[in-house]
Design a protein around this ligand. Structure first.
Ligand SMILES: C[S@@+](CC[C@H](N)C(=O)[O-])C[C@H]1O[C@@H](n2cnc3c(N)ncnc32)[C@H](O)[C@@H]1O
Length: 374
């Protein structure tokens, strides 16, 4: 075990790993904001029902399960990888499984303590807080471990508007704990927020945390303009988001079976909703997963992919590389992977590890569309 997986706490040490598991991964499953919160658990006082929101890689859920055995604990997140990490880390530390609720559902309180990692998306933040408030006891506290670099004035103002006055701990290793004791607790329990926009005659609806929630992503648009031309039967939309590529594929190849996969519960629910409201639900199915782990070898003849360029808030191409590796396994002998990405990410060179033939389609100053064959 290395120092990269061992988190030392006043109560003992925990083994924590990120998901997906990678032997070469030196990235820790916690940051100093998680660590600051976990180091102060003894100061939290008596609590009976804790909700952890947006835990990144299970550090908070596992740490709380370890320190507060016997207390009711629920983790609420939109991320399948976060869920997997939580389960894996609880198992590695011989702790019982923690109750997990995905972000489309609303956890049922009353909770007397909420520990919340503030998500990057302000719309997800507002949606989660508005659904949370009716689930709190009158004396509940909301504690937000946060890295100082993400705490700008607009976020501070938004949190104050949503939760009331905030207090802040001193900064330790560039992290702080923000605390609130919300008083505006309503009894109303709103549904998750859904917004819509049009792309041509397609209506795209989105839950609050989904990528491309306000307009079509420029990269996806470029891929739609440089669209595959073969006769495909088994199509995969890898990292499907709102399902835009699946919907277009269902129109281009009405007899094909289309599978969309995403690690976001809100994305998969939005994509399924969009397939239904645009009349292509029969040919599309959507599932939550990590890349294509659940798909059989050589089972697809076309994979469409607009890969993510960050995991949680950390920018990097690890997830894109995992997607390309999976795509090469899942494609049949003559299958094609069509990828769109920012030109500066250099996907062309990186894809050579798995694909012999890589052709650039169309021209764009910022993006490339690559057709890849084995
Ligand atoms: C750049 S967005 C593309 C969304 C959509 N296909 C589009 O073109 O608008 C990348 C998507 O990959 C998803 N994603 C991230 N990590 C993933 C993983 N490990 N497995 C599956 N999907 C993942 C994200 O949730 C996000 O929806």
């Amino acid at each position: 075990m290395t120092s990269d997986t061992l988190l030392e706490l006043p109560q003992g040490s925990l083994k924590l790993q990120r998901m997906p598991l990678r032997s070469s991964d030196s990235l820790r499953a916690w940051d100093s904001a998680d660590q600051l919160l976990l180091a102060q658990l003894q100061d939290l006082g008596p609590v009976s029902n804790i909700l952890v929101v947006n835990d990144h890689f299970g550090a908070l859920g596992t740490g709380l399960a370890y320190a507060h055995q016997g207390v009711k604990l629920t983790v609420w997140s939109d991320s399948y990888l976060a869920q997997q990490a939580l389960q894996h880390n609880c198992r590695s530390n011989q702790l019982p499984e923690v109750h997990f609720i995905d972000a489309v559902a609303t956890p049922q309180g009353p909770f007397d303590l909420v520990i919340m990692r503030v998500p990057k998306s302000h719309s997800l933040l507002q949606d989660q807080i508005s659904r949370l408030l009716p689930q709190l006891t009158p004396t509940a506290r909301v504690i937000m471990p946060i890295m100082v670099k993400y705490l700008d004035n607009s976020l501070y103002e938004l949190l104050t508007r949503l939760l009331g006055p905030l207090t802040s701990s001193r900064a330790v290793k560039k992290a702080r704990l923000l605390s609130a004791a919300p008083t505006q607790i309503t009894s109303q329990a709103p549904m998750p927020v859904i917004n819509s926009w049009q792309y041509g005659d397609l209506t795209l609806s989105h839950y609050s945390g989904v990528y491309g929630r306000k307009r079509l992503d420029e990269g996806s648009q470029f891929l739609l303009q440089n669209w595959p031309r073969g006769d495909y039967k088994n199509i995969v939309d890898l990292g499907c988001g709102n399902g835009i590529l699946s919907l277009q594929a269902a129109r281009s190849w009405p007899y094909a079976a289309i599978t969309g996969v995403d690690e976001s519960y809100m994305a998969v629910s939005s994509a399924a909703y969009n397939a239904k409201q645009n009349g292509v639900a029969k040919s599309c199915q959507f599932q939550v997963g990590n890349c294509l782990t659940e798909l059989a070898d050589k089972s697809a003849d076309l994979i469409l992919c607009n890969p993510p360029f960050h995991q949680q808030r950390v920018v990097g191409d690890q997830l894109a590389m995992a997607m390309f590796a999976d795509a090469s396994r899942v494609l049949d002998k003559h299958g094609e992977l069509w990828v769109v990405g920012n030109r500066h990410l250099g996907y062309h060179a990186k894809l050579k590890r798995w694909f012999k033939h890589i052709e650039q389609q169309g021209k764009h100053p910022k993006f490339v569309v690559l057709r890849c064959r084995k």
